[in-house]
Ligand binder design. Structure first.
Ligand code: SF4
Length: 254
């Protein structure tokens, strides 16, 4: 949990302009989407860098922290956002892992001040940063990768489960709307593990869940690039029908 002193220091840095949105390392921009912020016309700003190493990751080019060739900088994003005032409703920060960068806060504040609703896609690995962002956020898509015991196997990093749980708790005590998302790859889940995860999420009082099936090919880990026993849609549909009573939203997303 972020201490009040740390939060004050970060806000002071932002206010004194030592840390500005221009420090945000951007990986790319999707100028318009209806899929990334529920019921809103949005753009998506992808940030560079992620400390996790999920085997199914489809964005391996976004994992290094260093800027990549031909990526736009924040000034390009700022000019774009200014040109879309009144046309787009929301700006979503995605990645990579947006909360890996301290400059996310001034970037989010700037988008908020321009009049956009702000959304965030995050794996929840930086609860202290998430806490500082919450006053400016309208919606969060929180990746819960697995039940705690399986987290390290899915993410390739230790200590992530406790951070993700802290982020979930922060969201649940905030007024920010959120959805939990889980990517399913047969290397990480069988049907029993999916059912068990949904039981665990229900026990945590999560109300909105989206499951998405990982695609083969272009995965970070070669072992994930071919799927010998894919999930059957009928099997996943049966689980969703059985578990739907526990959630206000439980869907299978393409
Ligand atoms: S899938 Fe995992 S490794 Fe890839 S960007 Fe998301 S959190 Fe990071």
């Amino acid at each position: 949990m972020q201490s009040a002193a740390t939060l004050l220091k970060l806000v002071t840095l932002v206010k004194t302009k030592m840390l500005t949105a221009n420090h945000l390392v951007v990986a790319g921009l999707t100028p318009m989407t209806t899929l990334d912020f529920p019921d809103h016309l949005a753009c998506v700003v992808f940030t560079q860098g992620c400390p996790l190493r999920c085997g199914y990751c489809h964005n391996p080019q976004m994992l290094p922290n260093a800027p990549q060739d031909a990526s736009p900088n924040w000034q390009v994003i700022e000019t774009f956002l200014t040109s879309r005032i009144g046309l787009l409703e929301a700006v979503v920060f995605s990645g990579g892992e947006p909360t890996s960068q301290p400059a996310l806060l001034p970037a989010v504040i700037q988008a908020h001040q321009l009049g956009f609703k702000v959304g965030l896609h995050t794996s929840g690995i930086n609860p202290s940063r998430l806490e500082s962002l919450l006053p400016y956020l309208s919606w969060v898509g929180l990746d819960i990768k697995a039940e705690p015991a399986n987290y390290q196997a899915v993410t390739g990093r230790p200590g992530v489960a406790v951070k993700a749980e802290q982020s979930l708790s922060l969201l649940q005590t905030s007024k920010v709307d959120y959805e939990v998302r889980t990517t399913l790859h047969p290397k990480d889940f069988d049907l029993a593990a999916i059912n068990s995860l949904l039981n665990w999420l229900a026990s945590k009082q999560v109300k909105k869940v989206a499951l998405q099936v990982a695609r083969a090919g272009q995965c970070l880990s070669p072992a994930y690039q071919s799927i010998s026993q894919p999930f059957l849609t009928s099997e996943l549909t049966a689980i969703i029908q059985q578990q739907a009573v526990n959630f206000s939203q439980l869907l299978l997303r393409d």
